[in-house]
Design a protein around this ligand. Structure first.
Ligand code: JFZ
Length: 469
């Protein structure tokens, strides 16, 4: 599978008609859909499948929000600032000069890439996505394009992304970078959702993009070879023309996966539902739920609202049963330490995956029609639509020859499905080292499996149903 260029670049003088003719010559190419005629996606389905293969198998990744905001850790001038920690500069309307001063205090001497990557690995995560630059404009790597970075502006003087990229590769994990391409609250011209609050922020957006964001993206691509680029918070400032300049850059890295948050009319590769699990997933699309473990992405010393291991594992299973990935966030502190309650939960998930990983990685969505929830007749979600209320009795994933039933509540003496569109040939519990056959009966679409009295796992005992496929 070798592709030199996914996006076709036409000379500016070239007309749409000429582009269409070229596209038609390329039989399996998708139709032109981007407003900038100069750049059109010509990737075939087979090329895309090959490019996305590792990501689709991965199912579970570590999101890391780490930046200068870990220094104030949720507090400004002695008072707690409400909301997510990495937004403290915007929420607290901290002046640019004051915010930049935090860099003199940022000395994460306890940072150790081996510890972090080992944790991701122990958790059963297959990839890492870390903030290279968040909305505050502070680069967490050695940037020549802008001096407001962890090497040039802190006593630490060290590039943690170098260590992490190298260590992730060493331990066999894919490595991705988050980059806030539109919002930048400390660079003149960078966008700020809610508007600028300091004259130092005023300037031209295109100039910000050309003097900071694009040069930094070039550095990141050339120096760290990310497998994923995770853009965020696109606004109208990112015009189709400006976005196409970024796409031309990304196109030099044809294996790169990037999300749907670039802006400027580009769809990207992945849907990114945030802090919720879409009730039906995104059938036929690649999607990844990103979620916090507590209520913040970036470290806040006063947020101890951690989700339970049970809830986190149920989320992973729920997402896998709908064919998506789970990008679960950790927020390391200003010393470079991943908070212990977060690490403990990840390790517990990893222990479950050590035994039951076969039922998650490289699987596809449930073969059963069960909805596992219903829309509330009264409650509304953020978009004013009826809220989805999940039930947590069981979920299913599958691979050729096997269906995995995740028993989140022990059903008693037997497991029963009324609408099983499979041909079952046998059953056993995945955590049973002997794979002792369980009594199975199938009568049309009625499937019944006899179970032992007690679950083998307190959160999720996986029942394997062997199938003729
Ligand atoms: C964005 C960031 O602003 C946030 O700091 C964090 O990095 C998160 C992963 O992504 O948060 C968003 C993005 C979009 C919405 C809300 C928060 N949205 O569409 O409502």
């Amino acid at each position: 599978m070798h592709m030199t260029s996914r996006f076709v670049r036409y000379a500016v003088v070239c007309s749409i008609a000429a582009a269409v003719a070229t596209m038609q010559a390329h039989a399996a190419a998708p139709p032109i859909h981007h407003p900038v005629a100069a750049i059109q996606d010509t990737e075939t389905t087979a090329q895309r499948d090959a490019r996305m293969a590792w990501w689709r198998d991965a199912r579970f990744g570590m999101f890391i929000h780490w930046g200068l905001y870990a220094v104030p850790a949720g507090f400004w001038q002695g008072k707690p600032v409400h909301g997510i920690g990495e937004w403290i500069m915007n929420t607290g309307k901290i002046p640019v000069a004051d915010y930049k001063k935090f860099s003199a205090q940022f000395d994460p001497t306890q940072f150790d890439a081996h510890t972090w990557v080992s944790l991701a690995k122990a958790a059963g995560m297959k990839y890492i996505v870390i903030t290279a630059k968040h909305h505050d404009g502070f680069a967490m790597y050695a940037s020549k394009a802008d001096a407001f970075n962890i090497v040039d502006a802190t006593p630490f003087k060290h590039d943690p992304l170098r260590d992490l990229a190298d260590e992730a590769r060493r331990q066999g994990l894919k490595f991705g970078l988050y980059y806030s391409q539109v919002q930048d609250w400390t660079a003149p011209g960078g966008a700020a959702i809610g508007g600028h609050w300091d004259k130092a922020q005023d300037g031209d957006f295109a100039q910000y993009l050309h003097t900071k964001a694009i040069p930094q993206l070039k550095e990141l691509l050339a120096n760290y070879h990310p497998d994923v680029l995770w853009f965020d918070t696109p606004t109208d400032a990112m015009t189709p023309q400006l976005a196409s300049e970024i796409v031309a850059l990304l196109d030099r890295y044809p294996q790169l996966i990037w999300n749907n948050r670039l802006g400027g009319g580009y769809q990207g590769d992945t849907q990114t539902p945030e802090q919720y699990i879409p009730p039906q997933g995104f059938p036929g699309e690649d999607w990844e739920v990103c979620m916090t473990i507590n209520d913040t992405w970036g470290y806040k010393s006063n947020d101890a609202h951690f989700k339970s291991t049970k809830m986190l594992l149920q989320n992973l299973v729920d997402i896998a049963s709908k064919g998506g990935n789970y990008l679960l966030n950790v927020g390391p502190d200003a010393r470079g330490v991943i908070p212990a309650p977060e690490a403990e939960r990840l390790q517990a998930i990893g222990h479950w995956l050590d035994v039951n990983g076969e039922s998650i990685y490289d699987t596809s969505a449930t073969p059963f029609a069960d909805a596992h929830g219903s829309y509330s007749p009264t409650e509304k979600d953020e978009n004013g639509k009826p809220r989805w209320i999940p039930t947590w009795n069981w979920r299913a994933t599958r691979r050729p020859g096997k269906v995995y039933v995740h028993l989140l509540e022990w059903p008693g003496a037997s497991f029963h499905v009324a609408d099983a569109d499979i041909h079952a040939t046998g059953a056993y519990l995945l955590a049973d080292p002997h794979h002792t056959p369980l009594k199975l009966t199938q009568d049309g679409k009625q499937l019944n499996v006899q179970l032992p009295a007690k679950p083998l796992d307190s959160i999720d005992t996986v029942l394997v149903i062997q199938t003729k496929s």
